[in-house]
Design a protein around this ligand. Structure first.
Ligand SMILES: [Zn+2]
Length: 98
């Protein structure tokens, strides 16, 4: 049961743009305009209150996530799961797929 709760916590603290758990972010998260840490986005996606790449599309992000996972030698089912999760993150919710 404790383990389940822990997993849920990790799940909750994912970057809402790329899906990376914020605890794995060496910076501890992106920054807001006032310099405080964002609790929603990681430092790779978000800095000083805005997305680093506002033009990035959902497809491009999914591709990037797959690439990142491959570099880390994650098994295929983790890669598939993470890429599948991207459209459900706050940044992409409501985005129409082309
Ligand atoms: Zn991110």
């Amino acid at each position: 049961m404790k383990k389940c709760i822990r997993l849920l916590e990790i799940e909750k603290n994912r970057c809402q743009s790329c899906g990376m758990p914020l605890q794995f972010d060496p910076q501890g998260g992106g920054t807001e305009t006032d310099g405080s840490h964002s609790t929603h986005y990681c430092s790779y996606c978000y800095a000083a209150g805005q997305f680093k790449e506002p033009e990035l599309t959902l497809d491009a992000m999914q591709h990037r996530v797959r690439q990142l996972m491959r570099n880390r030698n994650n098994p295929w089912y983790i890669r598939a799961y993470m890429a599948h999760r991207v459209p459900m993150l706050a940044r992409w919710r409501g985005c129409k797929r082309r």
